[in-house]
Ligand binder design. Structure first.
Ligand SMILES: [Zn+2]
Ligand SMILES: [Zn+2]
Length: 116
């Protein structure tokens, strides 16, 4: 599939032209030129953005189904708000019904818990 590019100045469809042994997008209407290489750098950037999104999903893997997302809780490690929260029953020798509250930061993955 051929990539299509529109002129940022006038909005016309640009064509690929070879000028000084370099491929450029050339606007036949106003003469605006954009380096094709610059355009591929932009594509690389969007790939690394996709990788970042994947990383966020990795964090979400060990969050149980009953977890609630609480926007107002701030992560003590990275300081960003938006933390997953869930409760789990913990059986110990002293009491049989201790509830452990677990928090997991959606930004950095930092996990901490406290007993109810
Ligand atoms: Zn143009
Ligand atoms: Zn965090």
């Amino acid at each position: 599939m051929r990539s299509m590019k529109f002129c940022p100045k006038c909005g016309s469809l640009m064509v690929v032209k070879v000028i000084n042994n370099a491929s450029v997008f050339y606007c036949p209407r106003c003469g605006y030129k954009v380096d094709v290489i610059k355009n591929s750098v932009f594509l690389k950037k969007s790939v690394s953005f996709e990788k970042r999104v994947e990383k966020r999903e990795e964090i979400a893997v060990d969050i149980p189904l009953g977890a609630i997302f609480v926007e107002s809780i701030v992560c003590p490690k990275c300081g960003r708000s938006g933390v997953y929260y869930w409760r789990k029953q913990v059986s110990s020798a002293e009491s049989s019904d201790t509830i452990a509250k677990t928090y997991k930061c959606s930004s950095c993955g930092y996990t901490w818990s406290e007993l109810e």
